[in-house]
Design a protein around this ligand. Sequence first.
Ligand SMILES: CC(C)(COP(=O)(O)OP(=O)(O)OC[C@H]1O[C@@H](n2cnc3c(N)ncnc32)[C@H](O)[C@@H]1OP(=O)(O)O)[C@@H](O)C(=O)NCCC(=O)NCCS
Length: 342
Amino acid sequence: MQIDTIDLHSATARDELEEWVSLRNVVQRDLFGMDSPMSTLAMVQAMAARDDQGNEFFLAREDDGRAVAAARLATPGPTGASDAEISLFVHPQARRGGVGAAVVARLEERARELGCARTILDQMSPRPDGAPGAGFARRLGYTEVDLVLGSRLDLPVSEEVLASLERTAREAYDAAYELSTAWDDIPDEWVQDRAELATGLSSYTPAGSIEDDTDETWDAERVRALFLRWNTSGGRVVETIVVVRDTAHIVAYSDLVVYGVASAHPHAAQSDTLVHPEHRGHKLGIAVKVANLRALARDEPEVDTVFTWTSPDNAPMNALNALLGFRTVAWTRMWARDLGAA
Ligand SMILES: CC(C)(COP(=O)(O)OP(=O)(O)OC[C@H]1O[C@@H](n2cnc3c(N)ncnc32)[C@H](O)[C@@H]1OP(=O)(O)O)[C@@H](O)C(=O)NCCC(=O)NCCS
């Protein structure tokens, strides 16, 4: 078996990235079923182009040229300046023969070369016990450092549910607040407030150990870069905000990103939702999420699934998602290993 980095500047880069995406999708379908959302070339190309993170892509091939594993090394990962994050997908028919362990060893070596102190395995499973990746990570000497629940909402949400949630929200937030929704570009007048609220996100929501050293400082430029990245991943983004009428300041927002627009499997991911602590208890979280779902049904009616990721400790967010009809379908764990240890 041979493990190669995809040279993103070579003439064959596009073909190899397509091979990478298709192998990743085979693994995803095997784990989560036929109608799971597909990764796309545009998404991976946008990842490769990020300037706030290094991304290297690897393919492991059998001697006959068949690709049996796809992996990605993100440096530094989103988990802290000295962490490198590994994503790994081994073809279902090539498992339990040492392929996964060999690829991890190779990526650990590369992370060490890049000066990283830890590697993080990013692992997702349709089962609470994390099989098959959890056993693999433990066997390789990794320790679990974070668990996030992935939930899925099948669209359309019934008019009855949406209308009832809107009524509940409106009764609670009355005339003090006003909602606005925008597609794709973040309006100039929102950017500054939006950045300030995002900066507070880590201190406002329960955080797992993994997020502790993430840079949570947001400015207007970083918010704009995020929206641009969502758009260039072949996606569209819809954001709903809430302003206090008296001060015109933004006190809540929620983002929903549509991936694979115009493809066979467009799907959406509910990204951050945040309500400023001083304005909680007015059902603003429900209001912004329902407004986004309305915009999605109106403007991107082909999308039939929304995914979201939450900490199991974030009880208010999980309760809200359950009201909308989300159900947990994925258990995502982060596993860490010090590269100093042999
Ligand atoms: C997890 C995964 C990467 C393992 O790949 P693999 O090539 O089968 O792994 P290896 O053959 O190198 O396994 C090394 C050791 O890990 C352990 N292991 C691997 N799969 C396991 C499983 N399903 N259950 C328990 N332990 C497992 C075993 O101890 C194994 O050694 P053994 O086969 O001699 O007993 C593969 O199953 C996969 O792609 N799963 C779906 C995607 C995923 O979970 N990725 C994240 C991985 S952290």
